[in-house]
Design a protein around this ligand. Structure first.
Ligand code: ADP
Length: 506
């Protein structure tokens, strides 16, 4: 096997990566491209599915060229993806009927409120593990069916398919209109609000409530099995696609969180903490999601509790692109180091409402505690601290729900390059924060799934053996000071509630 490699395609919110891994789980070569973030109105976020598909092909070719490999040296391909982002397309032409509606998009606020009706946000929670919120795919499909001319008719005639990004990419990779397979895995399906968590099948009643024809839905499969081969023409002809995991589940897998009570936190566009809860789904009383963590072939599914935070790294992008206070994301660390603390300012980035643990679609962002004293250094610090405080809120909810006390937190994602953030994170959580050698755990997790499905790796022990610690941060701030600041943070959060009403136009 040593002359063979596994390719992971990681279709993320801001960029698409293709990464080639060797048998030791080390990166051999990478291709990466950003794609356009389309903001047609306040609260709306879209991607062009065709641009994404074209970027997938480019980054795969780029990685292959950089590694100087021929296709026969790739043993299998794993796919991981931004979850919930929804595409509806024509199965005969392969043309999307509308842009992809991205997970951060809040346009379905009215749809989810109406669906809740008298019962409210938790109407489907027992079955799907999720509260009704703009975040999930089902209501996004309903929005497309309701609002794009002629689409409902075409869907009812059986001409249209839907999928999250994994489904869209794999359908295209395996031939598109010419025999493409229409599949998803249990982790991605668990983010639609349409899948029953226990039976791992589509819930026909919820589909009917959301007026979604079931003929549009992909087949639900495990996270590690052969789904099909890459189309014969192109960069990876005939190579099996053998792993699918939603990005956060993939990172949990890549971080080797295989035991009950193990957790990881990924710091990307948003933040996502997942705690392995084993073979039974654990319902949350504290604002977390119950989700499928992974299912390897015929083995029983493993579940997780998840704390999703919509805006963390994207607040750094906002500082760069909208306020232009910094020229690049890493510059925020230097700027934040020019001051000792946040100067009393707290930045609550409720740009897409608040996700875990609040689930308030009508919240919007606020900077509070401003005085003449506050300068750009303090704002930079408040931006980084917002990530750490939101993570603390999720960890508190997790410990309350699962009755476990975390002793350390494994972290990954683009923002973990920021060491000032990770020290502050350890201070605010009061536990060690640990970063692994291979920070690309999302792609790595998808590679492991594909490699395990095809016998390239034997199983989870290989993942555990390949995992190695890079650096550890220990709490060093006085705990009373931490709690004082955290109380201020919680006060700041309450200032964002109930902002969107009939006077706010979005
Ligand atoms: P995704 O997979 O969600 O597309 P990544 O894991 O690639 O995201 O992380 C990218 C995010 O990390 C961006 O939002 C960016 O602003 C942020 N980021 C990257 N480097 C730094 C840094 N040094 N300090 C703070 N944030 C950073």
């Amino acid at each position: 096997m040593s002359d063979k490699y596994i390719m992971a395609v990681d279709q993320g919110t801001t960029s698409t990566r293709a990464i080639i891994f060797d048998h030791g789980g080390q990166i051999v070569a990478t291709g990466q491209m950003e794609h356009e973030q389309i903001f047609p109105r306040a609260g709306w976020v879209e991607h062009d599915p065709m641009e994404i598909w074209s970027n997938v092909r480019e980054v795969v070719a780029e990685a292959m060229a950089r590694a100087d490999l021929t296709p026969d040296s790739i043993h299998a391909v794993g796919v991981t993806n931004q979850r919930e982002t929804t595409v509806v397309w024509d199965k005969k032409t392969g043309e999307p009927v509308y842009n992809a509606i991205v997970w951060q998009d809040t346009r379905t606020a009215k749809i989810v409120e109406d669906l809740g009706g008298e019962i409210g946000q938790d109407r489907y929670k027992e079955r799907v593990g999720l509260p009704l919120a703009t975040y999930f795919s089902g209501p996004k499909v309903k929005w497309i069916l309701d609002n794009v001319d002629g689409v409902r008719q075409r869907a009812e005639a059986g001409d249209l398919l839907m999928g999250n990004i994994d489904t869209w990419v794999i359908w295209n990779m395996t031939g598109g209109p010419d025999g493409g397979v229409h599949v998803t895995d249990v982790t991605n399906a668990s983010r639609t609000m349409l899948m029953d968590l226990k039976s791992l099948s589509w819930d026909s009643e919820i589909c009917a409530d959301m007026t979604i024809p079931m003929s549009m839905l992909p087949q639900i499969r495990s996270s590690a099995e052969v789904y099909g081969d890459v189309r014969p023409a192109g960069v990876l002809p005939g190579i099996p696609i053998a792993g699918i995991l939603g990005d956060q589940q993939a990172a949990t897998f890549g971080q080797a969180c295989f035991e009950v009570g193990m957790a990881k936190n990924t710091y990307g566009t948003g933040n996502f903490m997942l705690l392995n809860t084993g073979s039974e789904p654990v319902p949350s009383k504290n604002g977390l999601l119950t989700t499928v963590c992974y299912k390897i072939g015929d083995a029983a599914p493993v579940y997780a509790l998840e704390g999703s935070i919509a805006v963390t790294g994207s607040l750094v992008q906002w500082l760069r692109d909208n306020l232009k206070i910094i020229a690049s994301a890493p510059e925020i660390e230097e700027l934040a180091k020019t001051v000792d603390d946040n100067g009393g300012a707290y930045f609550v980035p409720a740009f897409s409402g608040l996700f875990a643990p609040y689930w308030k679609s009508d919240a919007r962002g606020a900077i509070v505690g401003l005085t003449r004293y506050v300068n750009r250094g303090h704002i930079a610090r408040a931006v980084l601290e917002a990530t750490a405080y939101q993570t603390r809120e999720v960890l508190d909810a997790m410990e309350a729900d699962a009755g476990v006390q975390l002793t350390e937190l494994k972290v990954d994602g683009g923002m973990t390059a920021n060491e000032l953030l990770l020290q502050f994170q350890a201070d605010v959580l009061g536990v060690d924060v640990v970063r692994p050698m291979v920070a690309e755990t999302t792609a790595l997790g998808a590679a492991y799934a594909a490699g395990i499905a095809t016998g390239y790796w034997q199983g989870e022990q290989d993942v555990i053996d390949n995992w190695a610690e890079d650096k550890r941060w220990q709490p060093s701030m006085d705990s009373e000071e931490v709690e004082r600041r955290y109380r201020n943070w919680k006060k700041a959060v309450t200032r964002t509630f109930d902002w969107v009403d009939e006077d706010v136009i979005e």
